[in-house]
Design a protein around this ligand. Structure first.
Ligand SMILES: Cc1ncc(COP(=O)(O)O)c(C=O)c1O
Length: 450
């Protein structure tokens, strides 16, 4: 257990006085001093195995040598010149690479930004411009970001939407297929896709399909608690889009760049989207986002419909090029797939031992461990999740939870089996501490999560 966190606590006290509370989801007082690979060191010198990878934004791990080298070289040449007015090589090189690695054997173009949120906003604009239609469909429980467009796609938390309306109009939400807690009470094996019937009903009574520009979905619903949809849901949704001239967009901000053992999450489902939305891990922690869409779609909006002064920054582009190299050279797609399967097995074994674990799900190193107070009712065990995460931090593992009850296992893809085993052992110890009543209630004041 940790002996010293004085410097961290001091910084957190100062932070609490100057930073907007709206920008935080607190878990524990960890102030980062340095980080490398899968290890994070705090201001007091404590070390942690990172199972969060800065919210899935560091698939190549912290400070990968190649990424640091690329960034260092670029800042010595020039830090930025806006691509809105002038041109630079890293931008063009990266666009070529993104065209090559994203799904779809057709010509594509790329629009760059700075965050997953702005890329979602851009996609709304682009889909409207291309189709001449106004309506967009996304999913209940999805998180797409904090800017107005992305937030309007988001349907995850009332606090995110309270007091700030009106939001972007004409965005409609359908249920995501959460087969573990099906809101329609169905079982996956025998299900008639009631969740998709909701869309068909909407098309029948109030939402003209010919006015819908795009369906924007995550291939795994990340912040909903890493909910993996059945293949048949994705395929049927895709077919509905194709039958009605609706763009099918895969939002890969969290699941992209090797997280699921493929370059992009949607590749696990056998459909080819019209466009993908990229962010987070694209540049190993440097601010960058991108929309990659079919050429004809990208031709539909006119200059200057979508540009940002610091978007497509060359330092971020160089970091992204190095990120792609690292994923290739270190076989991180295979590693994510293989280690992910092993990690799931380990949690499945734990599920046999602990009633607290209701469900283990995910693809590659995007794994959710859903905690329940009762396996029959599947009531979310939020208190257990908070206490277990807090105890893991005390024992040297960065673990968080979302969707109230789901332990979020999204480490850097460079994590070794040994590091992963050690982290899982510590999670098991924390579960035992929780079950023994050894984790005090006071920590619930700190570990709020979401
Ligand atoms: C799926 C998904 N989309 C979009 C975003 C927003 O990205 P950003 O925080 O870079 O704006 C996130 C961030 O958590 C996300 O998980």
């Amino acid at each position: 257990m940790k002996t010293k966190i004085d410097k961290c606590k001091k910084l957190v006290r100062e932070d609490n006085k100057v930073i907007s509370p709206a920008a935080r989801v607190p878990y524990y007082p960890l102030a980062v001093k340095r980080a490398y690979g899968s290890i994070v060191e705090d201001l007091d010198g404590n070390k942690y195995i990172d199972l969060l990878a800065s919210a899935a934004a560091l698939n190549t791990g912290h400070c990968h040598k190649k990424v640091v080298k690329a960034i260092t070289e670029q800042v010595q040449d020039f830090i930025h010149y806006t691509p809105a007015y002038m041109y630079h090589e890293p931008l063009v090189q990266l666009a070529k690479e993104l065209k090559a690695i994203t799904p779809g054997d057709f010509n594509k173009r790329v629009a760059f930004g700075l965050s997953g949120s702005d890329a979602n906003d851009g996609m709304i604009k682009l889909a409207r411009a291309y189709t001449g239609r106004s309506k967009i469909i996304s999913c209940i429980q999805a998180y797409h970001g904090s800017t107005y467009g992305a937030l309007s796609l988001t349907a995850l938390s009332l606090n995110m939407r309270r007091k700030i309306g009106p939001l972007v109009p004409e965005i409609h939400h359908i249920p995501y297929p959460d087969c573990y807690r099906c809101v329609f009470g169905q079982q996956e094996a025998t299900c008639n896709q009631e969740c998709l019937n909701q869309l068909k009903i909407a098309f029948q009574y109030y939402l003209p399909a010919e006015e819908v520009a795009a369906v924007i979905i995550e291939p795994i619903a990340g912040d909903a608690g890493l909910v993996v949809p059945p293949q048949k849901w994705i395929k049927e949704l895709y077919n509905i889009c194709k039958e009605n001239g609706i763009l099918f967009v895969s939002e890969e901000v969290q699941q992209g760049f090797g997280r699921t053992g493929k370059w992009f999450g949607i590749e696990n489902f056998g459909v080819v989207p019209d466009a993908v939305i990229l962010g987070k891990s694209i540049a190993s922690g440097m601010p960058l986002s991108a929309i990659v869409a079919k050429e004809e779609i990208m031709q539909a909006w006119e200059a200057p419909a979508h540009l940002f002064t610091t978007g497509g920054n060359p330092v971020s582009c160089r970091a992204a090029l190095a990120t792609i190299d690292v994923i290739r050279e270190e076989n991180l797609l295979e590693h994510s797939k293989e280690l992910g399967e092993y990690v799931k097995e380990r949690f499945e074994e734990m599920k046999d031992k602990y009633e607290l674990i209701g469900d283990v799900r995910g693809i590659g190193l995007s794994i959710g461990v859903d905690l329940v107070t009762d396996r029959k009712t599947k009531k979310k065990a939020k208190e257990a999740a908070a206490k277990i995460c807090y105890r893991c931090w005390e024992k040297g593992v960065i673990l968080t939870f979302f969707a109230n009850s789901v332990l979020r296992i999204q480490p850097p893809l460079v994590i070794t089996k040994q590091e992963m085993d050690k982290a899982i052992d510590i999670i098991e110890e924390a579960i035992n501490d929780y079950l023994a009543g050894d984790i005090p209630d006071e920590i619930l004041e700190v570990a709020k999560g979401w």
